[in-house]
Ligand binder design. Structure first.
Ligand code: ADP
Length: 269
């Protein structure tokens, strides 16, 4: 009887070890699958703008270059495709850096209301081209200071507002609302587009996941914007929320800490 005890203990240890090893192998296999899928997705996404640019250039070489109006149009389209390709590669680099934890966050104190204003100014032409009206709601003399990585938050707001414009209905409205609570700021971006079906809602933050493929591509979307948004907010210990009603529109929102004077910010005067 006595000899059995250590033996069964040993068996237990071996079992536990085997389970841990199996788990490790499982994780490695999952990583490998993920890697393979990722490379498959990327190759597919890269092909689209390359083929398009190539198509225009070959048509020009085959003689279309002699027709001045066609030449201009095709050169512009080829340039646009290459622009999309550049954007895609840049987004891939950003996402890759984020996922490998290589990105540093440069935290500073700044006024989120000013940042939102800058984004809206930058996107005004894009909105006008689609006849979309943008409205910004924030209390006139409120404190909207926060502590975060300003450039990255700019990017988050830019992505959300840009999506609200491109997935809006013609002559729709984008409402950006900034509110200060006791300890937190909340930014909401609302559109009047066709909304996102419930089954797609949880997947739109995955890389290259698109509900509306043609709209996304036609508007130069890379399918990586929301994945980047999610990563940036996670880096701030925050998260992105979305609610949407098909046929009515969508609301994306996130929180950042509210920086009050008492919380160690230097008094200014
Ligand atoms: P994309 O470059 O395609 O816009 P995103 O990652 O920003 O990529 O968004 C992923 C997908 O989520 C989009 O392709 C679109 O189908 C959907 N989506 C994002 N924002 C909105 C919105 N405001 N209204 C409707 N659909 C949206």
């Amino acid at each position: 009887g006595r000899a059995l005890l250590p033996l069964s203990n040993l068996q237990g240890t071996i079992d536990a070890f085997a389970t841990a090893k199996n788990r490790e192998i499982e994780i490695l296999q999952q990583n490998e699958t993920f890697r393979r899928e990722f490379i498959g997705d990327i190759s597919h996404e890269l092909k689209t703008p390359i083929f398009a640019a190539q198509g225009y250039i070959h048509t020009l070489l085959d003689g279309a270059v002699d027709d001045l109006s066609v030449r201009d149009k095709f050169l512009k389209r080829a340039a646009k495709s290459l622009g999309n390709l550049e954007k895609l590669v840049q987004d891939l680099i950003t996402l890759n850096q984020m996922e490998s934890g290589m990105v540093k966050f440069h935290m500073t104190e700044f006024d989120l209301k000013e940042t939102v204003h800058e984004v809206l100014e930058q996107l005004e032409d894009k909105a006008n081209r689609r006849n979309v009206r943008m409205q910004f709601q924030a209390q006139a003399n409120g404190n909207f200071r926060t502590f975060a990585d300003r450039d990255k938050i700019f990017r988050v707001v830019q992505n959300l507002v840009s999506n609200a414009i491109k997935y809006n209905k013609e002559e729709g409205k984008v409402t950006v609302q900034l509110k200060a609570g006791k300890n937190r700021l909340r930014l909401k971006v609302r559109d009047e587009g066709k909304g996102i079906p419930p089954e797609d809602l949880k997947r739109i933050f995955e890389r290259f996941y698109r509900v509306d493929k043609s709209r996304s591509k036609e508007q130069g979307g890379t399918g990586l914007g929301l994945a980047i948004v999610k990563h940036i907010l996670e880096g701030h210990k925050s998260k992105i929320s979305v609610s949407s009603a098909v046929g009515e529109g969508s609301v994306f929102s996130f929180d950042l800490p509210l920086q009050t004077k008492a919380e160690g910010s230097k008094p200014k005067n």
